[in-house]
Ligand binder design. Structure first.
Ligand code: FES
Length: 171
C-alpha cells in the first residue's frame, strides 16, 4: 500500500474516466442499459477522441482529488480521427514516467481500448481498477501538495541568509 495512504474501512476510491465518444463512452452506456453492474465511484468525462486528452487533464484530476484516472479509447486502427489514440498512447508513456517521479504509482493511470460493443469490458476494467486502487489506498494528492508547499517554504527560509550574504558580498 502507498505509504501516504490511510484508508478507512468504508473508503471507496474516486476514479475520473475520460472516455472517447465513439467507443468507450458508448460501451459504458451499453453497460448501463444492459444493467451490467460496475462500481459507481467513477466520474465519466466524454471526449470526442482519446487524442484530445491533454496530460494536464490527467494531472488536474489527480490534483483535484482523484485516486485513479482511467482512459478509454478506440482500438488501434479504429480511431475516427486516424491516429488520435496512438498520439495518446505516447503521452501516456510519458505521463507514467512523470507520475513515477512524483511518487504516484503508475497503476493509478490506466489506458484501455474498448469498442462500442464491449459493455462487458467496461464493467470488468472499472471493477478491476477499483480493486487495484483499494489495495493502493487513497492518493490524497491535495494534502501531499500542501505538504510539499510547506517543505519548499522551509527550504526557501533556510536558504534566505545565504542568499542575502551573497548579495552583500557581490552586490
Ligand atoms: S475517435 Fe476514439 S480514440 Fe479517436
Amino acid at each position: 500500500m502507498d505509504p501516504h495512504a490511510q484508508a478507512s474501512a468504508d473508503w471507496r476510491p474516486r476514479i475520473v474516466a475520460f472516455f472517447c465518444n465513439w467507443c468507450t463512452y458508448t460501451a459504458a452506456d451499453l453497460a448501463g442499459v444492459s444493467r451490467l453492474k460496475y462500481a459507481p465511484n467513477t466520474r465519466v468525462i466524454r471526449v470526442m477522441c482519446s487524442g484530445r486528452i491533454d496530460p494536464q487533464f490527467v494531472l488536474d484530476a489527480f490534483t483535484r482529488g482523484a485516486d485513479g484516472v482511467l482512459i478509454g479509447g478506440c482500438h488501434p486502427g479504429d480511431c475516427h480521427y486516424s491516429e488520435g489514440n496512438m498520439k495518446l498512447l505516447r503521452r501516456v508513456h510519458l505521463l507514467r514516467r512523470l507520475l513515477g517521479d512524483m511518487g504516484i504509482d503508475e497503476q493509478r493511470l490506466r489506458l484501455e481500448w474498448i469498442s462500442a460493443a464491449e459493455g462487458e469490458k467496461v464493467k470488468t476494467v472499472v471493477n478491476d481498477m477499483v480493486a487495484t486502487l483499494q489495495k493502493l489506498g487513497p492518493l490524497a494528492f491535495p494534502e501531499r501538495a500542501a505538504a510539499w508547499d510547506l517543505e519548499m517554504d522551509e527550504f526557501e527560509r533556510a536558504l534566505a541568509p545565504a542568499a542575502a550574504l551573497e548579495e552583500v558580498t557581490h552586490g
